[in-house]
Write a protein that binds this ligand. Structure first.
Ligand code: ADP
Length: 184
């Protein structure tokens, strides 16, 4: 089974994905983390991704899809995808991979946070791409590329919209309830 977590930069996607995966024994795949790791290790993918990461642009779809495909295996595990897919083309990649590995895309959780709050949160972080100009770029990329994905999954009846403001535990509880997994 596959669950997808979507949200703008600063929405707390990575934090919530890690919590949910640990609590429910899911395999957490964060494309942002995989790309940053590849970069640190200096692999070909990491070297290709570096400029995109620095500029807040999306790494090419085929590259990111391949990172996910290498890790997605048939079987009973639940995969929690964090940061993938990020546009409609990547969603098509995912649908193909899911069919090949016989996984159902069970739900897509959207972490909804107002833009003013996102900017406030991101400016307080220390990641290299959390520079003000790059933050604006990543938010713009989200609106242009990722927002259409939300309509795509809504039309399929898979979208679960979560209010992303509040304490980490509160948001975690909302996600569990939206997925029918009980409360923290
Ligand atoms: P955030 O959502 O806060 O921007 P992520 O760790 O999810 O943080 O992503 C950081 C960067 O990694 C993005 O700005 C982008 O360059 C790259 N990235 C992550 N996931 C993808 C993806 N699915 N497709 C293309 N690029 C990606």
């Amino acid at each position: 089974m596959i669950l997808v977590l979507v949200g703008p930069p600063g929405s707390g996607k990575g934090t919530q994905a890690a919590l949910l995966a640990a609590r429910c024994g899911m395999i957490h795949l964060s494309t942002g983390e995989l790309l940053r790791e590849a970069r640190l290790r200096g692999t070909p993918v990491g070297r290709e991704a570096a400029a995109y990461l620095d500029e807040g642009r999306l790494v090419p779809d085929d590259t990111v899809a391949a990172l996910v495909a290498q890790r997605l295996r048939p079987g009973p595990a639940t995969y929690l995808l964090d940061g993938f897919p990020r546009n409609v083309e990547q969603a098509a990649h995912l649908e193909r991979m899911a069919a090949e590995t016989r996984h159902a895309i069970e739900a897509v959780v959207l972490l909804d946070v107002p833009e003013a709050e996102l900017v406030r949160r991101l400016t307080g972080r220390a990641r290299a791409d959390d520079d003000p100009a790059i933050i604006q770029k990543r938010l713009a990329v989200y609106v242009r590329e990722t927002a259409p994905l939300i309509d795509h999954y809504d039309a399929k009846g898979l979208l679960r919209r979560i209010h992303g403001r509040g304490a980490v535990k509160t948001v975690h509880g909302r996600i569990l309830r939206a997925l029918g997994l009980g409360r923290a």
